[in-house]
Design a protein around this ligand. Structure first.
Ligand code: SF4
Ligand code: F3S
Ligand code: FES
Length: 248
């Protein structure tokens, strides 16, 4: 069984573009990415779309579908009403390279700024054991596929370009939280989180959590606990005294 889907697809480069209407064949059981591929194959061979796994695991096919940040390979055509137009646009928060492809490289710059896992000097592989609860916590964060839908949806940068240099977004604040919560880690990244990565800009709206395709509880399990840790440090009387007399 097949039908024509009504697609409105953003075409253009970073500077200029427009929504272009297409009628594309769609088959039962397909996802939006299937229809975009058919569009490439039949009508728009120059359409730029990034994808890789078609299984929700590589994080490449992030885009906005009827205004909602989603993975195209995990968005079933059956969620739309028959005849409903499907509007497909690139992620709004990142610079557009062309059509549906964004430049997300600023995220990798942020990733490199995070001090890596730092066990006590002399610790060798196998020297420590983790409890299952500690393993479970980092396993949740490690489900991240780096689709950057969370960063894309966060209003702190989505609606305020001026915040961009000061706010790294939820994905890498979560990475800091993951390392901070590791029981064998000895580094202190709390001030980096607060000052360089802009944790204080997050006002826990939870939009990031709502769009995460891996259902990671970014706000409750990473950002709020990280805020609590920062608050503990900032309001620790010894830390305050040290800061006041210039020791810390
Ligand atoms: Fe994507 Fe979720 Fe990772 Fe954010 S935390 S980059 S939404 S998988
Ligand atoms: Fe943004 Fe998520 Fe905080 S959407 S404001 S980082 S809870
Ligand atoms: Fe890999 Fe969609 S193609 S997540």
């Amino acid at each position: 069984m097949s039908d024509k889907a009504r697609f409105r697809v953003w075409r253009g480069d970073g500077g200029d573009g427009e929504l272009v209407d297409y009628a594309v064949e769609a088959h039962e059981g397909e996802v939006v990415l299937d229809v975009l591929h058919r569009l490439q194959a039949t009508q728009a061979p120059d359409l730029a779309v990034r994808w890789n796994c078609k299984a929700g695991k590589c994080g490449s096919c992030s885009m906005e579908i009827n205004g909602r940040p989603r993975l195209a390979c995990m968005t079933r055509m059956s969620v739309f009403e028959p005849g409903e137009p499907v509007t497909v646009t690139p992620m709004r928060t990142f610079p557009v390279v062309r059509d549906l492809v964004c430049d997300v490289s600023e995220n990798y710059v942020r990733a490199r700024q995070i001090p890596s896992f730092s066990p006590a000097p002399g610790t060798r592989p196998g020297d420590f054991r983790m409890t299952q609860s500690d393993v479970g916590r980092s396993q949740e964060f490690r489900k991240c596929i780096e689709c950057f839908l969370c960063n894309n949806v966060c209003h702190v940068i989505r609606d305020h370009e001026e915040n961009r240099p000061h706010f790294a977004g939820p994905r890498y604040l979560m990475r800091i939280a993951e390392l901070e919560m590791h029981p064998e880690d000895t580094a202190d990244r709390r001030m980096i989180a607060q000052e360089a990565f802009g944790l204080g800009y997050c006002n826990i709206t939870k939009c990031c959590t709502d769009v995460c395709p891996e259902s990671i509880r970014i706000t409750d399990n990473a950002l709020i606990p990280m805020k609590e840790r920062v608050a503990d440090r900032r309001y620790d009387p010894l830390v305050w005294l040290g800061r006041t007399i210039g020791l810390r």
